[in-house]
Design a protein around this ligand. Structure first.
Ligand code: SAM
Ligand code: SF4
Length: 366
């Protein structure tokens, strides 16, 4: 049996960023004790006790804004419930304003070995507009502190397409982060989600975003800046130095199973997926929503996840789901043009086409 990935959701934040539609709550201090108690029980009572786990991802929300004691107790419960591999990757998402030297040292001492900082931008005007609580200086300082504590596996999240952003500005940010010593960058295209404040601001014209072409130019600039410094793009939005790819995310993209704990967390085991309720009351009541993918959806997912990252997809797996992709004209054309590459049973998209992967993927679906 392959090893399991665990995701734990910490739904607390100190303020809500204008673009964010994740399950996260501010001013919920009163919920914390009950939340972590419920989380502990959920983990202790899992029917998947005793499985070997090789990646744990503590995400949010803002896991770094809760007391370290909560995170420590959480990891103790996970260690008691599951068998952790010797080389287990344990990541935690941190906002630069909610870490200090003491906290980072404690994270290290409890076995966390990968930090993911939500930097988003190193331009203070942009950070202010989107409602972040940190400045560029705080972000760079947090990365330096993490290095001083001995963390080697450090990610920074960046957003592409923020108000007033430019390709040159993003290149500047990337180089500052690389100079500061991050070993991984996740660069996401800003999504205007209906549930986020930004949606209304954009609709009413109060916030103007770069055009799609400008955002693509920012993305391309970011890709070449990082490649010049030895970072390779191993997924459409993810870049890393050799051996610093996020093992946890690679497991998602390769379609491996994962167990999610906490409010809104998703799980995928034995062909079934489910999600915990996205509100405190529903989560405390143990409400879940099951999802069964149709065969067509499974095929789509395999192609989509595989072609957006270096893992590719397996033609054999698609054939077992009843889809012979060799018969598809678009598939043959993409092979002839060198856009897709075949190695044995696996098929890969050449990284220079990641930027147009949506279009290519759509042309390959059943
Ligand atoms: C859910 S957040 C949690 C991390 C942490 N709370 C933070 O914000 O720094 C993970 C990442 O998702 C990305 N993200 C959140 N909302 C997004 C949006 N609307 N569009 C694109 N990326 C988004 C941000 O880069 C963020 O760092
Ligand atoms: S982006 Fe991060 S800090 Fe901002 S509201 Fe969302 S989860 Fe919280």
């Amino acid at each position: 049996m392959s090893k399991t990935a665990i995701y734990v959701h910490i739904p607390f934040c100190e303020s809500k960023c204008i673009y964010c539609d994740f399950a996260s709550f501010c001013n919920a201090e009163n919920e914390k004790e009950r939340y972590f108690k419920t989380l502990e029980n959920e983990i202790k009572n899992t029917p998947y006790k005793g499985r070997e786990v090789d990646t744990i991802y503590i995400g949010g929300g803002t896991p770094s804004c809760v007391k370290v004691e909560y995170i420590e107790a959480l990891l103790v419960t996970i260690r008691k419930t599951f068998v952790l591999s010797n080389d287990v990757e344990i990541s935690i998402e941190c906002n630069p304003n909610s870490v200090n030297l003491e906290k980072l040292k404690r994270y290290k001492s409890i076995g966390i070995n990968r930090l993911s900082f939500g930097v988003q931008s190193l331009h203070n005007d942009a950070l202010k507009t989107i409602g972040r609580l940190h400045t560029s200086e705080m972000a760079l300082n947090a990365i330096k502190m993490a290095q001083n504590v001995g963390f080697k596996n450090i990610n920074a999240d960046l957003l592409i397409g923020l108000p007033n952003s430019t390709a040159d500005g993003l290149i500047e940010d990337a180089y500052k982060l690389l100079d500061a010593g991050v070993t991984h960058i996740s660069a996401y295209m800003l999504q205007v989600e209906e549930g986020a404040k930004l949606y209304g601001l954009v609709k009413s014209g109060k916030v103007i975003l770069p055009t799609d072409d400008e955002s693509v130019a920012q993305y391309d600039a970011l890709v070449s800046a990082q490649e010049k410094r030895g970072f390779s793009r191993y997924e459409i939005s993810n870049f890393a130095l050799k051996n610093f790819e996020c093992k946890h995310n690679l497991k998602y993209w390769s379609g491996e199973e994962y167990i999610g704990f906490g409010l809104g967390a998703h799980s995928y085991l034995g062909d079934v997926r489910w999600a915990n309720a996205r509100d405190f009351a529903g989560y405390y009541n143990g409400e879940i929503k099951e999802e069964h993918l149709t065969t067509e959806e499974k095929i789509e997912e395999k192609i989509m996840l595989g072609l957006r990252c270096k893992l590719g997809f397996s033609k054999g797996e698609l054939a077992r789901l009843g889809y012979k992709i060799d018969d598809k004209t678009n598939y043959k054309n993409y092979l002839t043009k060198g856009i897709l590459l075949e190695k044995g049973d696996r098929v890969y998209l050449k990284p220079e086409f990641y930027g147009v992967s949506n279009y290519i993927i759509a042309n390959l679906l059943p």
